[in-house]
Design a protein around this ligand. Structure first.
Ligand code: MG
Length: 309
């Protein structure tokens, strides 16, 4: 008889094939305030993640442990990479999306829309054509906890696309605080978390689904509802399953939206990413800590699949 470890909650037998019963939930970093923005650098065998309130981006590797990558970080939140392997991040402080060049210089990609400042870009993905898609809720300027308190100049409902040519468009404008976002493996779908219910109980905590039509999106409805807390960061694996942050851990959904199971985490989860030397670890940022768990599947993003990926 196989014993299910206490951190796994299996709702559908398909989940048992994605998480090994011998897997453990390992805490690899602790002592932070609000960890976010995990991103794997397979070519350097390391993880970067943000601690937003302490204005730091940290680096973790299996061999060197935890080191400081960048401080002050400008209240850096979500991170991703482009197809050239460059770090692309969201900063609440400067209210922008910024790219770190290979030589370390920073290039601001977007900080204004129609002449007004962005609110506080939260999370970001880059499609294979080089377009940068990001969310712009008001969380980072509502208080001085993870940014500088200020009045929003944008409605806090927008998701933007920055074209490879540099044109910025609001591609969705009806969110209650858009948050994490990720593509399906073939980039035909873009999933976007709606976290507005943290401030308005009448708004359900959902992940919405959009069909990608070139540079625009067609609303394809609600993909899944989060039953505990709200969805923040989200990622797809190569099979199209979607892994979402939630208050009680990580929820894994099949491509049809069925809840397959949960990885229970003892602190509120903000975000997650695939990575590790073989590409089969899920790194989970959760309040004060970062956790790691073995998963029997690779992430959809090519740079997360390990050196052999
Ligand atoms: Mg977020």
């Amino acid at each position: 008889m196989i014993t299910v470890p206490p951190h796994l909650e299996i709702h559908d037998s398909r989940f048992a094939a994605l998480v090994h019963p011998m897997s453990t939930l390992d805490q690899i970093a602790d002592g932070f305030t609000w960890t976010e923005g995990p991103v794997w650098f397979g070519d350097r065998d390391c993880l970067l993640f943000s601690d937003i309130p302490s204005q730091r981006v940290m680096r973790w590797s299996e061999t060197e442990g935890l080191t400081l990558y960048r401080a002050p970080s400008g209240f850096n939140n979500g991170n991703t990479r482009d197809r050239q392997g460059r770090l692309v991040g969201c900063r609440h402080g400067a209210r922008d999306v910024v790219r770190t060049e290979h030589d370390g210089r920073l290039t601001v990609l977007a900080d204004r829309y129609q002449g007004k400042r962005l609110n506080s870009p939260n999370d970001v993905v880059v499609s294979s054509d080089g377009a940068v898609w990001f969310t712009d809720p008001t969380y980072g300027i509502m208080s001085s906890f993870e940014g500088y308190r200020s009045q929003p100049e944008q409605p806090g409902r927008n998701v933007y696309r920055l074209s490879p040519e540099g044109a910025l468009d609001a591609v969705v404008t009806d969110f209650a605080q858009p948050n994490g976002l990720c593509f399906s493996p073939d980039e035909s779908l873009l999933y976007i978390a709606e976290s507005g219910s943290s401030h308005d109980d009448s708004v359900p905590s959902v992940i919405r689904k959009f069909a990608v039509m070139g540079g625009t999106l067609r609303d394809a409805g609600v993909f899944a509802t989060i039953d505990t807390g709200l969805p923040d960061g989200i990622r797809c694996d190569v099979a199209g399953n979607l892994w979402s942050s939630a208050a009680d851990g990580v929820h894994c959904f099949a491509p049809d939206g069925t809840l397959l199971g949960k990885i229970r985490v003892p602190q509120v989860v903000s975000n997650l990413c695939f990575g590790g030397r073989d590409g089969q670890r899920l790194f989970i940022t959760a309040t004060r800590a970062v956790y790691r768990v073995f998963v029997d599947i690779h992430g959809a993003e090519p740079w997360t699949r390990g050196r052999a990926g």
